[in-house]
Design a protein around this ligand. Structure first.
Ligand code: ZN
Length: 270
């Protein structure tokens, strides 16, 4: 009897300490409506508080408390109702989870192959000593989109990178697009330094996405990057210490603070 009374008091105490404005409301305790099913991790940045998580497909979902929109990969979708915070966790109405899952199912993915003959240049190999990794700092894009920007806005001859790895927006998720510079075995235009060493001898790889604000590349995109980098390391004898971030060669935060650099380096060749 005493035990039951204590439990009741504890329960009432925990209820009264709920921050009212942050609780999902009357229906919160009804598991038919609210769920934490997506298992999103909190990221707090100067700009916003966001919840980010990788779903089974390797695609990332990003939501913000109080905002009735989600980003699935780089696609912004309407949820119909707002995710809410309760006791430090984010909850979504089940109807919104269904919308997210439906969208996850429509993301086009690049086919996974282990042999990548298409990455062999069709002409005599240039001497490559470095690999420089970038993010596009944009939510969407593809080789064609960046090519247009580099020509029309930057006034360059063509796409600055050698390869672009898609995020499911304007090209496939994890799709490796080969730029015209690679086909010609021409120097890059992605990592300018006074001696131009990294443009001359560096293979420029860009992941579509903005990894500065809590978002991270999807697993599918990272796997494509790891395959591409390992392949190039092997073909051109490029040691791990010559696989660099754009930010390692000049002052920039590219490919973003949330890019999982150390994990990536642990998965490439020595
Ligand atoms: Zn960059």
């Amino acid at each position: 009897m005493k035990y039951i009374v204590c439990l009741t008091i504890a329960f009432l105490a925990s209820c009264s300490s709920l921050p009212r404005e942050k609780s999902p409301g009357q229906n919160f305790l009804s598991p038919t409506r609210w769920t934490r099913e997506l298992k999103l991790k909190q990221h707090v940045s100067s700009r916003s508080e966001r919840y980010v998580g990788s779903q089974g497909s390797g695609m990332y979902v990003v939501i913000e408390p109080g905002v009735a929109q989600a980003r699935v990969g780089r696609r912004v979708i309407s949820l119909g109702s707002e995710p809410r915070l309760w006791q430090g966790a984010i909850y979504l109405p089940k109807s919104a989870v269904a919308i997210i899952k439906r969208n996850l199912g429509t993301i086009k993915k690049a086919p996974i192959t282990t042999q990548h003959l298409e990455w062999n240049p069709p002409t005599k190999d240039r001497v490559w000593n470095y690999i420089v990794v970038h993010h596009s700092d944009t939510s969407t894009g593809s080789a064609a989109v960046f090519h247009k920007h580099h020509v029309e806005v930057n006034g360059w001859d063509e796409l600055g990178y050698h390869f672009v790895i898609g995020n499911g927006s304007d090209s496939g998720l994890g799709q490796v697009e080969i730029g015209p510079r690679w086909t010609k075995q021409k120097h890059g235009a992605h990592a300018k330094t006074p001696d131009n060493k990294y443009n001359d001898q560096g293979i420029g790889i860009c992941l579509v996405g903005d990894f500065c604000d809590g978002e991270v590349p999807s697993e599918t995109q990272m796997n494509a990057l790891i395959s591409l980098v390992r392949y190039m390391q092997k073909r051109y004898n490029i040691p791990k210490k010559h696989v660099l971030r754009h930010g390692d060669v000049k002052p920039t935060n590219c490919p973003g603070e949330y890019f999982p650099w150390h994990e990536f380096k642990s998965k490439i060749l020595p």
